[in-house]
Design a protein around this ligand. Structure first.
Ligand code: NDP
Length: 463
């Protein structure tokens, strides 16, 4: 039986000693990096067995090489706040793997940012980018800077200070940053403006998520959320079902959450929750277009808190300090941050009738939570497949920058849908057992993403 045809638990049991040995090596080499260990462990559970059964990938320590970043840049970022006080933050760029294209991945500004988090994100990005079929390597960066409560002028000075150092490490053939948590249109504008100033060069393809006036792509803002919902629609269609009429939970209320909600509404589903780090709102009537427009304005213009929703829509309830996973639903879209669904939360979702979990955020489910979903036949769609729409349209933004022509909204949306359909096909191809109709999406995404990168690395010899 090939590893593809074997149920996940059986496969992991058969190769447990090789997986453990490899993970011991990863932990010893990267001490204290819990999130990075977690991301590698999820990958290793599928790829160590796959490599063991495919001799082509067994030589030259390929797995050791693929888990070691090409390079990591860490730098001081000094800027002046509105009171004239000098502030110091730490900036990072993890250039993980450029086997199939320039490093590509967002910048995250959040006080929790550290090397472990950026290495987990950069590692996942390698395989996600490979799944899109576009020529993009994997990278990630950011800072422990907290944009919350800062004035526009402070955010601008911080972005300029960060780019003054980052500029020497990036380029459209080298490394192409974008947004992530805490980095939206405003921050990308400031970052690109400073790059343009200090390089004396309008190199549009050096960063993605740009404004439409200066080289951005239509649908980039919406792409991660839209792509995630397209992916769920594909997974449901595969079992003869559809999103129309389904009750959905969404966590977060930022970029991914907003456009996930919009596309669920488009496809006839009903979103009943949104959240931020202070708690969640439950709206039994569902979040319609007008309510969503209010949330987008609240979060992107007024930069307010999600509890304000219940002042505007009193039928809804705010649950401070809680997560939405106890609300009964058909589909859950965790779209806030890593490890927001632990084993208890996963159990609550199962008990509430949840049939599909689509990871809009990166690694929002702990390994224990994912095991509960798989044991209960919940269709579990991992981040590296489900949220790849964002980076896919970033890749399309780079294409448009190269040919110096923008595509229409319809054109970009059609390409996004095709890419998500293609990723789904890869997951089915690598994640289905012989003759079985059920798909192990985690296995499918890991193997599908791995092969192209591994083949390219082998072609280069030992470098
Ligand atoms: P935003 O900054 O726009 O929104 C993040 C949301 O998540 C906010 O509601 C925020 O609440 C909440 N959140 C962030 N950190 C925490 C935390 N520690 N605990 C609880 N809630 C938290 O980010 P995005 O929507 O862009 O990103 C969300 C997720 O999607 C991330 O995992 C990101 O890596 C992933 N992703 C994003 C892509 C993109 O294109 N933007 C592409 C692929 C993945 P609060 O305001 O209170 O902090």
């Amino acid at each position: 039986m090939s590893t593809v045809a074997m149920p996940a638990e059986e496969r992991r049991a058969k190769y447990a000693s090789q997986i453990d040995e490899f993970m011991d090596w990863v932990r010893d080499r990267n001490p204290g990096e819990a999130e990075f260990h977690q991301a590698v462990e999820e990958f290793a559970a599928d790829i160590v067995p796959y490599v063991a059964e495919n001799a082509r990938y067994s030589d030259h320590n390929l797995l050791q090489r693929i888990t070691e970043p090409d390079r990591v840049v860490i730098f001081r970022v000094c800027w002046e706040d509105d009171q004239g006080t000098a502030q110091v933050n730490r900036g990072y760029r993890v250039q993980f793997n450029n086997a199939i294209g320039p490093y590509k991945g967002g910048m995250r500004f959040h006080p929790s940012v550290n090397l472990s988090i950026l290495k987990f994100l950069g590692f996942e990005q390698i395989f996600k980018n490979s799944l899109t079929t576009l020529p993009m390597g994997g990278g990630k960066g950011g800072s422990n800077f907290d944009p919350k409560g800062k004035s526009d002028a402070e955010v601008m000075r911080f972005c300029q200070a960060l780019m003054s150092e980052l500029a020497r490490h990036i380029g459209n053939y080298r490394d192409v940053p974008a947004g992530d948590i805490g980095v939206g249109a405003r921050e990308v504008g400031y970052l690109f403006g400073q790059y343009k100033r200090i390089s004396a060069n309008f190199q549009a393809g050096v960063i993605t998520g740009k404004g439409l006036q200066y080289g951005g792509s239509l649908i980039r803002t919406e792409a991660t959320g839209y792509g995630c919902v397209y992916f769920v629609a594909e997974a449901l269609a595969y079992i003869g079902d559809e999103l129309a009429g389904k009750t959905c939970l969404v966590s977060g209320s930022g970029n991914v959450a907003q456009y996930t909600t919009e596309k669920v509404i488009d496809l006839g589903g009903k979103v009943v929750t949104l959240s931020d780090s202070s708690g969640y709102i439950y709206d039994p009537d569902g979040i319609d277009r007008e309510k969503l427009a209010y949330v987008i304005d609240l979060k992107t213009v007024r930069r307010g808190r999600i509890h304000e929703y219940v002042e505007k829509y009193p039928n809804a309830t705010f649950y401070p300090g809680e997560k939405p996973w106890g609300v009964p639903c058909d589909v859950a879209f965790p779209s806030a941050t890593q490890n927001e669904i632990d084993a208890d939360d996963a159990q609550k979702l199962v008990e509430g009738g949840c049939k599909v979990v689509a990871e809009g955020a990166n690694m929002p489910t702990t390994l224990e939570g994912a095991a509960i979903f798989q044991a209960n036949n919940v269709i579990f769609l991992p981040a590296k497949a489900a949220n790849a729409g964002g980076v896919a349209v970033s890749g399309l933004e780079m294409s448009q920058n190269s040919i110096r022509r923008p595509w229409s909204r319809e054109e970009v949306d059609r390409r996004l849908r095709d890419i998500m359909r293609n990723i789904h096909e890869q997951c089915v191809h690598y994640g289905s057992g012989d003759g079985s109709s059920s798909v192990d999406y985690v296995h499918g995404a890991n193997v599908g993403g791995f092969i192209k990168v591994a083949d390219a690395m082998l072609a280069y010899g030992i470098v």
